[in-house]
Unconditional design. Structure first.
Ligand SMILES: *Cc1c(COP(=O)(O)O)cnc(C)c1O
Length: 239
């Protein structure tokens, strides 16, 4: 990246960061919420230098969804941040990220849960996870159908090196406001899960990860605690 391009992008990201932060705060207030909404910066395709700039502005949480890209970039990251893994995760890749992330949002099979548990045990830690729900029932998407959620939660809850923190979803593309219905469904699943697992070992349900660049304000209305923002913060991805 040339210096000029980089300087332009830095001021672009600065403006975006403050604008989005204000929108998040306004949406939170409008929803009558007194709890926190975390602004996650989704870093795919974004150079480490720009990611670091977002951290210097106040981003505390980075979302990574490509294992190889994350491994290539993470040593260049600097500042005060934590990393959550949010992308589709193959079981054979878990070992590469287990000591580098503090939460995995994309757990959608017992096989993956078992592998994370095994690697977490080997690393001497407990890994926080979210269960990913395919709320629109789309074939192209990861995540389990809503009907299988309680079964997966019960099975994953048996593992000693996992702590289940909540749910994640990517709803279908919003057509005429259709995403509200999916967010509302997620909110219900989330509160049911919280009620049914309260006080149980392996469960501490406090995280609902939903809402991206195009729909985060609606997601906040329906209780999202982490909004995952990529293009609105960093600009459109070329690939
Ligand atoms: C890319 C990505 C995002 C961010 O998407 P934008 O629409 O660019 O904000 C959020 N969540 C996941 C899982 C992603 O892969």
């Amino acid at each position: 990246m040339t210096e000029k391009l980089s300087a332009d992008r830095i001021s672009f990201v600065t403006d975006n960061y403050f604008r989005i932060s204000e929108k998040i705060e306004n949406a939170r207030i409008k929803a009558g919420r007194s709890d926190e909404v975390n602004f996650m910066a989704v870093t795919k395709t974004v150079p480490a230098e720009i990611v670091n700039h977002s951290v210097s502005l106040g981003v505390k949480l980075l979302g990574e969804n490509r294992v190889q890209e994350f491994l290539d970039k993470h040593e260049q990251y600097s500042g005060d941040y934590s990393v959550h893994f949010i992308g589709g995760l193959q079981t054979n890749k878990v070992k590469y990220i287990i000591d580098k992330v503090s939460m995995i949002h994309s757990v959608d099979s017992i096989k993956l849960a078992a592998e994370i548990d095994k690697r977490a045990a080997a690393a001497g830690r407990v890994m926080d996870i979210l269960l990913e729900v395919n709320i629109g029932g789309e074939e192209s998407k990861n995540g389990i159908p809503a009907e299988q959620l309680s079964e997966l939660a019960a099975e994953a809850g048996e593992y000693r090196n996992l702590r289940i923190r909540g749910l994640m979803t990517i709803p279908p593309v919003d057509i005429n406001g259709s995403s509200e219905r999916y967010f509302e469904k997620m909110q219900r699943l989330y509160s049911d899960l919280r009620d049914s697992t309260r006080g149980k070992e392996s469960f501490l349900i406090d995280t609902l990860s939903m809402g991206m660049s195009g729909d985060f304000e609606k997601a906040i209305y329906y209780g999202s605690t982490i909004v995952r923002i990529g293009s609105l913060l960093f600009g459109y991805r070329q690939y």
